[in-house]
Write a protein that binds this ligand. Structure first.
Ligand code: PGA
Length: 241
């Protein structure tokens, strides 16, 4: 199976910057062993769609609502994403959970709705520093998986990303033993839930210099990358690693 290399740009890159990045990216020789995905801000969906539809690079939303249209001021529509050619949607990124107060209950509806459209949810889980220090990592991941996938269709694609909150944007990458233990536990839990084939990505300060080692850990099926995905060179260096 190809490893997934997903770029989460967060609230960065205007349409013009998106155009430049994607044009530069497409001009490079892309790694055959990795599947690339780009998550631009919604204001760059149109540009992304015009440059990536029909290419081997997938793209998607950083967040969507659990219905396609209606009185939901400020939200993004997965139905519109699909119409524009997007194939994936992040659900439950820790910044959505922490800054915007999204709770476990919403995740299940979002995952189910994204799947119902034939898109793949990329569902994010992970513990905070306090939870890790209290030895609650596995318990938190299990709770988030059970809540978020409670309405998911086992016969349709879903991707999970394990992102320890304390490693996101902090430069503190989790140690290989920590990643190995968490991914093994997540894989066991997914198997018990009937989602055993689900790819599990790691996210949190992934860079070109740690991607090679992290990518060799069992059940690390790719990466969700924030900061290091903003430059073509560093994003591709990770994908090549
Ligand atoms: P980071 O972000 O690579 O900048 O730590 C990862 C993420 O938030 O998905």
């Amino acid at each position: 199976m190809k490893k997934i290399c997903a770029a989460n740009w967060k609230l960065q890159k205007s349409p013009a910057e998106t155009r430049k990045f994607l044009t530069d990216l497409k001009a490079q020789t892309l790694p055959s062993a990795a599947e690339l995905m780009i998550f631009p801000p919604a204001s760059s969906w149109e540009t992304t769609s015009s440059l990536l539809n029909g290419s081997s690079i997938k793209w998607g939303a950083q967040n969507v609502w659990s219905q396609g249209s209606g009185a939901f001021t400020g939200e993004n529509s997965a139905a519109i994403l699909k119409e524009m050619g997007g194939q994936v949607a992040l659900v439950g990124h820790s910044e959505r959970r922490k800054i915007f107060g999204e709770g476990d209950a919403w995740m299940a509806d979002k995952v189910a709705y994204v799947q119902s459209l034939g898109l793949a949810p990329l569902f994010c889980i992970g513990e905070t520093l306090e939870e890790r220090e209290a030895n609650k990592t596995d318990e938190v991941n299990k709770r988030q998986l059970q809540a978020g996938l409670s309405k998911a269709d086992k016969s349709k694609p879903v991707i999970v990303a394990y992102e320890p909150v304390w490693a996101i944007g902090t430069g503190k990458v989790a140690q290989p033993e920590q990643v190995q233990a968490a991914h093994a536990a997540i894989h066991r839990e997914l198997e018990a839930m009937g989602f055993g084939k689900t790819p599990i990505l790691y996210g949190g300060s992934v860079k070109a210099d740690n991607a090679g080692a992290l990518g060799k850990i069992p059940h690390v099926d790719g990466f969700l990358i924030g900061g290091a995905s903003l430059e073509v060179a560093s994003f591709l260096a990770i994908a090549n690693a």
